[in-house]
Write a protein that binds this ligand. Structure first.
Ligand SMILES: Cc1cc2nc3c(=O)[nH]c(=O)nc-3n(C[C@H](O)[C@H](O)[C@H](O)COP(=O)(O)OP(=O)(O)OC[C@H]3O[C@@H](n4cnc5c(N)ncnc54)[C@H](O)[C@@H]3O)c2cc1C
Length: 416
């Protein structure tokens, strides 16, 4: 079998599949192979967005991206904004729509339809897909790169590293070995940590509240400084805290030293004074009841009882016995319910990896290595990670298209 290609793509995930399809759509004469270590392509993609695949977002601000140099992503994100991503998927028969928060999904609301569209298009366009084919080594050379794999050797003029990193864990193909491989070739890397991930806290309280969801503002506080805060539905778990705002603020937990807290504001739409006034008024109305019922019209009943106890009072105490300092303590906890953060729930539970290949070694317009001609890196393997909301898939696709453009240009020139 001829195993020489114009392009070999390492990894058949979001970015690798998109790069392959895009190259063939624009120039079908370019030979493209995808080398995927798992027995199927798109295994992570199929799990995204709770099986619904949140592909991009109508809010395209660069502030949703992180890394040592988030501006590295700017060129790709601007060149291929959400309109371009929408057009690309429409060309595969997958129209996208935006929900009322701006998150964009396939109309089918099925990630499987996105994976199918990519892999069927790749096959129809003549991309050769090799599964159970793990790339274990690469020898770079100007006239061709040799890839050693568990299924034999391949030669390619262009190599795209689209191998992802650790998020979702090894079952989704992500063990970071490709990063190690590039490191051994002299590429610099930035410390990798889980992001968009649940938080483990000192959990006696969260365990008591397990299963309860509250609308709250969640803030990550390190050594007394608020690092980031997000509002949304927080979920109490036996290990700690989850829910969209918690996932969103977790990024710095394993990147920074210091004393870390997750601080919940359980009434984010009210000031402390408004909460105090409400509690004084409730005391008047509920004077004949006990404290176990005092907060049950304001908050989840079990949560209200935990707060009363945390404020140092007994549940069988009459509401009428509450003094001003007791009310202030309760109001303080409602506005600042604090949990000591121990760690994140790890890479296996994370949706993205912060850190990765140092972007300064790559051209932001082409994603080509500055040291090795025709060697590209796209998607999550780079030190760029986005917020929850479609930002990571968006970068996977836009970086794929930029690398693809460069390869198409290079192949036309080389073949002329
Ligand atoms: C549960 C979950 C939900 C998510 N939901 C969303 C969402 O809704 N929206 C969003 O924007 N982002 C989401 N993400 C993040 C998003 O899936 C990733 O950022 C994106 O898939 C990265 O694309 P990629 O192509 O860089 O890597 P991947 O999609 O991870 O693909 C990498 C591929 O390379 C293969 N591979 C690795 N090493 C080798 C090797 N040596 N040889 C051959 N093949 C190799 C892997 O098996 C894998 O198939 C989610 C992630 C998870 C885990």
């Amino acid at each position: 079998m001829n195993r020489t290609y114009d392009v070999c793509i390492i990894g058949g995930g979001a970015s690798g599949l998109a790069a392959a399809v895009y190259i063939k759509q624009k120039n079908n004469g370019i030979s493209v192979a995808i080398l995927e270590r798992l027995n199927r392509v798109g295994k992570k993609l199929i799990t995204t967005g709770n099986g619904r695949c949140n592909i991009t977002n109508t809010d395209e601000a660069i502030s949703h991206y992180h890394g040592e140099d988030p501006a590295f992503a700017l060129y790709a994100l601007k060149k291929y904004g959400n309109g371009a991503i929408k057009d690309f998927f429409f060309s595969l028969g997958v129209p996208l729509f935006a929900d009322d928060t701006g998150r964009m999904y396939p109309l089918s609301l099925q990630a499987s339809s996105v994976v199918d569209a990519l892999r069927f298009s790749a096959s129809a366009l003549g991309v050769d897909i090799f599964t159970e084919c793990e790339v274990t080594d690469v020898r770079f050379g100007e006239k061709g790169n040799v890839l050693k794999t568990t299924a034999g050797d391949f030669t390619a003029l262009n190599v795209i590293f689209a191998a992802g990193l650790y998020s979702g864990g090894a079952k989704l193909g992500c063990d970071g070995k490709a990063l190690g491989l590039l490191k051994s070739k002299g590429f610099k890397t930035v410390k990798t940590t889980p992001a968009i991930v649940q938080v483990k806290t000192e959990n006696a309280v969260t365990r008591q509240l397990k299963g309860i969801k509250v609308n709250a503002a969640a803030a990550l506080v390190i050594d007394g400084n608020e690092v980031r805060s997000e509002v949304g539905e927080v979920l109490f778990c036996d290990y700690g805290l989850s829910g969209p705002p918690v996932l969103q603020i977790a990024r710095e937990i394993e990147r920074r030293n210091g004393y870390k807290l997750i601080r919940l504001d359980l009434m984010p739409n009210k000031s402390i004074n408004e909460v105090l006034n409400l509690l004084f008024d409730l005391k008047k109305v509920l004077f004949y009841r006990n404290l176990d019922e005092y907060l049950s019209g304001l908050l989840n009943k079990r949560l209200g009882q935990v707060i009363v106890k945390a404020a140092g009072m007994g549940l069988s105490q009459p509401v009428s016995s509450l003094d001003e300092s007791g009310i202030k303590r309760i109001a303080g906890i409602i506005k600042n319910f604090e949990f000591k953060a121990i760690s994140t729930a790890g890479f296996d539970n994370s949706q993205v990896t912060a850190g990765g290949l140092d972007t300064s070694a790559f051209d932001p317009q082409t994603l080509m290595s500055k040291s090795f001609k025709n060697v590209y890196a796209i998607g999550e393997i780079l030190d760029i990670d986005g917020d929850c909301g479609g930002y990571n898939l968006h970068f996977a696709f836009s970086s794929a298209f930029c690398a693809a453009d460069s390869i198409i240009k290079g192949c036309c020139y080389d073949k002329a």
